[in-house]
Each structure stands twice: as structure tokens, then as C-alpha cells.
Write a protein that binds this ligand. Structure first.
Ligand code: PLP
Length: 399
């Protein structure tokens, strides 16, 4: 297994602007092959999907290839890969489709650990049909969300459980597999927000046993688009509000309007970059993706250990990322400074570390950070030791 961060960094023109980017959890920088795929698709002859002209066939193959790429990335069935404007938009759309099957008194479960895009659509869909919303909490001190926090809320009226695979605020990775088993025992569906998780570790949907997995390619080197993956047989059971002449096939039924072909091509290119992260890997694209993520995890783990040791060594810094299993994403505050002051101070040293609740507003409030939140630093495939050095020294100058 190898990881060549110097070679990885060369793929990213944006890094030549000089900032140390810890803002990856909000959206990663874009490698050249992704930008080129987007451009090439836009400047090539392309029409609506079809099989008569070369330009129709190009559009068709862009779509087929993007579904195949996402299926390889997630260990999913390409026939169940749905593309949309964003994970938020897809969650809203599918929540309305799923809520058509709910009745007054049915129950759904959401968590306070989640990004609001995996809370509010469910809460609002439940309100619209008179379903009951139950809230699962995480432990603010440890950052842990144990399976019991969710499973203790399950009843024979539970219809859907929405949890995150990893918190975009504090990195916590709840036991998704265990939760999915319990959710299925009561006959409910498990919707998982994998937007933050997908950027940091390989995913195998058939292994996890969840029903829906959302992710956003712009968090893992791709363009700004959203994806939800599910078993095609499950998608067949859902009805969508859609235009009369548009396809009722799965997954097209859920893809309102014309797909953004250039962004789909960019998504395929991003998956190829991930599949190349371990240059010594061979085999199928799925196998190379697994090897690439193993190499990435080792790389990010080493950098995280350095970063975390440095931050924990600063008495004025308080870390909120404490769960045993988590992504390389740290949330912290500094005694005597607002999060925005820290963010601005770091920015003056060319260190990009945003401050917010990052839309995980329930989690921020539950941590006692209110609507101000904290400073978030996240690692990405292009993060290197010099980035860590710059962050630690800029912070040491501030506190
Ligand atoms: C964990 C998590 N879920 C959902 C979202 C929303 O994703 P999108 O911008 O694709 O709607 C984000 C974006 O930051 C996120 O981090």
C-alpha cells in the first residue's frame, strides 16, 4: 500500500494559490481530471439521451458511466443510483415520496447528531401527514451516539429512521450497521446521510444493510451534485410527483428535469481519482477504490494524530471531537475568543478553517455551542504535513 501525497497535490491547481485547506468537509478542492471531464463534456457534441446520433449516445454513456462509477464507489447497484441537485434536495424529494406511505400516528426517528438536511425534511414530511417525530441524542461530552440512543425509540409504528454515517460537525461515526439491523427488525426503513462519511472511508452498502445512502460528490473531489443510492426494488415501490411525459423508470423517476451531464462526467472522473489514490493497486475499479481508501485512511490517520496531539497540547483549546470512531474532522473553540475571531486569525496566516454550526445546528446546540458553533478543521486527500505545521503554528500565535 502506498500513498504519494506530493503526486496527489499536483492534481489540484487550486493548491498553487497557497492556502492550507482545512475546509474540505464543506467541499473539497477539485483535481484537474475532474475539471477536464466537466469541460470536455460541455464542449463536446451532446444532446438529450438517445441512440440515434453520436451526441445522443454521448449523453447516454455519460449517464450510464456515472451510475456505474457511483455503484463501484458505494458497493451499490447502478440501477439504484439517483442523481439530483444536492443531497438536501434529494432528501426533500424522497422524504415526500416516502411520506405518502405514512399515516397519522406512524413514527419516524431523527437524531441531534445530524446535518439539518437529514432532519428537517423528515420533520416537515412527518408534520404534513400527522406522524410523530422521535429524537435520538448523542452524548455531548464524549461525542458518542450509541445504537441504543436510536434503538430504544423504535416501536411497531416506526416507519423510517434517519441517521448520519458520520457527523460533519464532530466526526462521530455511529454504529450504522447495528442500527440498520434493529430498524429492519421493526419493519422500518433506514435512511443514512453518508455525505461526510463517503469522503473518508470505503462504503459497502450491501454489507451495511441500510436502505438509502446519500452523498455529495463535491465532498470527495467531484462536482456540485447529489446522489442517493438504494436497492432498485425498493425504489420501484415509491411514487414521485413528476411530469406526465417524463420517464417513470427507476432511477429516472426520481431525477426531475434534464440531468447535468457535465457534472455526471466530473463525478465519474472523481471516482477514478479516488481509485488511483494507491498507485500500487491493481484489479477492478471497485478493488482499486478499496485500496485507495485504505491508503487514504492511513494517510489521514497519521496526520490527524499529529494535529490532535498539537491541539490537545494547547490549554486554551477545547476539542469537541471525542468519539472513539470518527472521521479526521475536528471541532474546537478557543478560550477568550469567538469562533469567528479564530477563523479570521487563521485566515490571515493563509489557513482556511471555517467557523459555524455547519448546518448541524441541533448538534451545535446540544454541544452547548448554540448557533455560533466552533472552528472546524478537516483533512482531505491533499492535506500534508506542512498544512498541519502551518495550522498549529498559526493557532499557537493566536491563543
Ligand atoms: C453530513 C452532511 N449532510 C448533508 C449535507 C448537505 O449536502 P448538500 O450540499 O449536497 O445538500 C452536508 C453538507 O455540508 C453534510 O456535511
Amino acid at each position: 500500500m502506498t500513498y504519494d501525497v506530493v503526486a496527489v497535490r499536483e492534481l489540484f491547481p487550486a493548491l498553487s494559490e497557497g492556502a492550507a485547506h482545512f475546509d474540505g468537509p464543506g467541499g473539497s478542492q477539485t483535481p484537474l481530471p475532474v475539471a477536464e471531464a466537466v469541460r470536455d463534456t460541455l464542449v463536446s457534441a451532446i444532446s438529450n439521451r438517445g441512440d440515434v446520433t453520436a451526441s445522443e449516445r454521448r449523453a447516454e454513456s455519460v449517464v450510464v458511466e456515472a451510475r456505474a462509477a457511483m455503484a463501484d464507489l458505494l458497493g451499490a447497484d447502478p440501477r439504484g443510483v439517483v442523481f439530483g441537485r444536492s443531497a438536501t434536495a434529494l432528501t426533500y424529494d424522497l422524504s415526500r415520496a416516502l411520506a405518502k406511505t405514512w399515516e397519522p400516528g406512524d413514527e419516524i426517528v431523527v437524531t441531534r447528531l445530524d446535518h439539518d438536511s437529514n432532519i428537517r425534511p423528515w420533520v416537515q414530511a412527518a408534520e404534513a401527514v400527522g406522524a410523530v417525530v422521535r429524537w435520538a441524542d448523542f452524548e455531548p461530552d464524549t461525542g458518542e451516539m450509541h445504537s441504543a440512543a436510536v434503538t430504544s425509540l423504535l416501536t411497531d409504528r416506526t416507519r423510517l429512521v434517519a441517521t448520519t454515517a458520520a457527523s460533519n460537525l464532530i466526526g462521530t461515526k455511529p454504529p450504522v450497521c447495528k442500527i440498520a439491523r434493529a430498524v429492519h427488525e421493526v419493519g422500518a426503513l433506514h435512511w443514512v446521510d453518508g455525505v461526510h462519511a463517503t469522503a473518508h472511508a470505503s462504503v459497502d452498502l450491501s454489507d451495511l444493510g441500510v436502505d438509502f445512502w446519500t452523498c455529495s460528490p463535491y465532498k470527495f473531489l467531484g462536482p456540485h451534485i447529489g446522489v442517493v443510492a438504494a436497492a432498485p426494488e425498493l425504489l420501484e415501490t415509491l411514487t414521485m410527483d413528476k411530469l406526465l411525459p417524463s420517464s417513470n423508470a427507476v432511477p429516472e423517476r426520481f431525477e426531475l428535469g434534464t440531468l447535468p451531464y457535465e457534472l455526471l462526467a466530473g463525478t465519474t472522473a472523481a471516482v477514478e481519482v479516488l481509485a488511483g489514490l494507491d498507485p500500487s493497486a491493481t484489479g477492478s475499479r471497485r478493488e482499486r477504490i478499496l485500496a485507495g481508501f485504505a491508503a487514504l485512511e492511513e494517510h489521514e490517520h497519521r496526520l490527524l494524530s499529529r494535529l490532535e496531539a498539537g491541539l490537545r497540547g494547547m490549554p486554551a483549546v477545547r476539542l469537541y471531537s471525542n468519539a472513539r470512531k470518527r472521521t479526521p474532522t475536528l471541532l474546537f473553540t478557543v478560550e477568550g475568543m469567538t469562533a469567528q475571531e479564530v477563523r479570521r486569525g487563521l485566515a490571515e496566516s493563509g489557513v482556511n478553517a471555517p467557523a459555524s454550526h455547519f448546518y448541524a445546528i441541533e448538534a451545535s446546540r446540544h454541544l452547548g455551542l448554540g448557533d455560533e458553533g466552533g472552528v472546524r478543521v478537516g483533512l482531505a486527500p491533499y492535506t500534508d504535513d506542512s498544512d498541519i505545521d502551518r495550522l498549529l503554528s498559526a493557532l499557537a500565535d493566536l491563543v
